[in-house]
Design a protein around this ligand. Structure first.
Ligand code: FAD
Length: 492
């Protein structure tokens, strides 16, 4: 099936909107006219919503899943084009991510993973292009360059961040950590500027911007420290956790397992292509109204609507001012992720940074397509933003500028997350001041409405793991309330 989401471009066909995905659900609803009332409505079929839906159905509750798009997966979905899964959003997972790995084990998908990098043959180098010129270096030297620069960046406590964030899943455990949330990445760079070589500075800035996809001024230094702690306080840990292991069959091959398991209980109703407009909590029930006027009612509602679009829903009673202020501020990630299929096989072992002059800044060889072409995945952000479908020549130029002379483009594939009305951005990355003031408010329930999204997870916030963490929490909360366990019988 073809989703409305995503774009692909080839020299022969030009630009086309909509790409195929096994995550498309057709027909879009299974609700029949005699449908029974639901215990819980879950809004959103990303990993938070899929996890909550599955857990609630398995627990014996009747669930209605309402989704605006024509597919599952939200910000994590893959398109299978020419027998190859292009990851349109969330991609990489790691066994150090506890919630996601539990699900991978549960669905017996441990052996469905593959590495992104393959440095076994081909050019086997890292290319750094900056305003100062171009350097070609080995991947070992790439690692040394970035590790040195990152260590200077994070070393606020003489222990590479271990003292300031000793518990990555309780990041404000040390009260002094909060001060770093009022600091931007730019502020921190200013502190260490004199200790960095020009190449370290360019590589460091582009790595930090790869994580936030905002600008250096809008990137919370605390949130970067939090990522660093999650990744075991090392550059190698960052590479392993953030960008190394993916599903051979693509993210949608994982997400569909959650959906099918929920469906197999016989307790799942769903309706896709149904953007929610309003949510009203009347005390004894919650009523949801879709933009096209359909109404559904249940005892509880789990909202997994992301932070950057939360203010597009009308809540009655209104959301508390702190949550609304956070939603109006939003997160800063405007990632531009562009896949390029190129003819040069030797580029499989290439990695590169072109910064700050180029519209895309960081790219790696990520696979070989069935046609024998190299798959390069490129990232850009708000620091030098493009809307890739608006000017495809500019997008091609940005890809070509990553490694001039070596990018003979056969195909481009991408999803414009900035213009996506159900996300308005990519993975969560906090601006300074948001987390220390609003994380608790974002996690709070609102009467019979429980909020779950990776955007306010406490562990791998911003990641698939955080979405599963949040979906699990929401389902447990609702399950405990609706299935109050009978008092234990005392046996004499
Ligand atoms: P979402 O996936 O956003 O789900 C929310 C759902 O709500 C969506 O399906 C949306 O359509 C729906 N919705 C919104 N508004 C409405 C409405 N009005 N009515 C009905 N439904 C609505 N994570 C990793 O772990 N590894 C990675 O490599 C990685 N890379 C990423 C790359 C990109 C480009 C992007 C965009 C994200 C990446 N992430 C990655 C992050 C990861 O994808 C997300 O954190 C995670 O998928 C969020 O899941 P969620 O369910 O919490 O939110």
């Amino acid at each position: 099936m073809t989703s409305r989401d995503g774009f692909q471009w080839t020299p022969e066909e030009g630009l086309a909107q909509g790409v195929p995905s096994i995550g498309v659900i057709s027909p879009p609803t299974n609700i029949t006219s005699g449908a029974k009332p639901w215990d819980v409505i879950v809004v959103g079929a990303g990993y938070s919503g899929l996890t909550a839906t599955r857990d609630l159905c398995v627990a014996g509750l009747r669930v209605l899943l309402v989704e605006a798009r024509d597919r599952i997966g939200g910000r994590s979905w893959s398109s299978n084009i020419g027998g190859y899964p292009f990851e349109m959003g969330g991609t990489w997972v790691h066994w150090g991510q506890p919630h996601v790995w539990r699900e991978i084990s549960r669905y017996q998908m441990r052996t469905d993973m593959e590495p992104s990098f393959d440095f076994s043959r081909g050019v086997n180098h890292f290319q750094l292009r900056t305003n100062e010129g171009t350097s070609i270096m080995s991947h070992e030297d790439e690692d040394t360059l970035l590790a040195n620069a990152l260590q200077k960046f994070v070393n606020v406590d003489g222990s590479l961040g271990r003292k300031i964030i000793p518990y990555a899943h309780d990041a404000f455990h040390v009260p002094e950590a909060r001060q770093y949330d009022s600091m931007s990445a730019k502020d921190r760079l200013n502190v260490i500027a004199l200790s960095l070589t020009p190449n370290e500075r360019a590589a460091l800035e582009s790595f930090v911007l790869l994580c936030s996809c905002g600008t250096l001024e809008t990137t919370s230094f605390f949130e970067f420290l939090h990522w660093w702690a999650l990744c075991g306080y090392t550059y190698q840990g960052c590479m392993d956790s953030l960008i190394s292991y993916k599903f051979k069959g693509g993210q949608s091959s994982f997400a569909i397992r959650f959906f099918k398991e929920a469906l197999s209980t016989g307790r799942l109703s769903y309706v896709f292509n149904s953007p929610v407009g309003a949510i009203k909590d009347e005390g004894d029930k919650v009523t949801l109204t879709t933009r096209d006027g359909c109404q559904y009612t249940s005892a509880r509602l789990v909202s997994t609507i992301p932070l950057n679009v939360l203010n597009s829903i009308s809540f009655n009673p209104p959301l508390d001012p702190q949550r609304m202020a956070a939603a109006n501020k939003g997160h800063v990630n405007q990632c531009v992720k562009v896949h390029a299929e190129i003819s040069n096989k030797d580029m499989r072992s290439w990695t590169g940074i072109s910064y700050p002059f180029n519209k895309l800044m960081y790219a790696i060889g990520d696979g070989t397509t069935p046609a024998g072409n190299t798959h390069i995945v490129c990232f850009g952000g708000f620091n030098n933003h493009i809307q890739p479908e608006e000017d495809i020549q500019e997008t091609r130029k940005a890809v070509e500028n990553m490694a001039p002379g070596n990018m003979d483009i056969k195909r481009l594939v991408f999803h414009n997350w900035s213009k996506d009305e159900f996300a308005k951005g990519a993975w969560f990355f906090s601006p300074p001041g948001l987390l220390s003031t609003s994380l608790d408010a974002l996690r709070r329930r609102h009467g019979n409405v429980v909020f779950a999204n990776s955007d306010w997870a406490v562990g791998w916030r911003s990641f698939i793991d955080g979405a599963i963490e949040e979906g699990t929490r929401a389902a447990m909360t609702v399950k405990e309330e609706l299935q109050a366990s009978p008092a234990p019988r005392v046996r004499l």
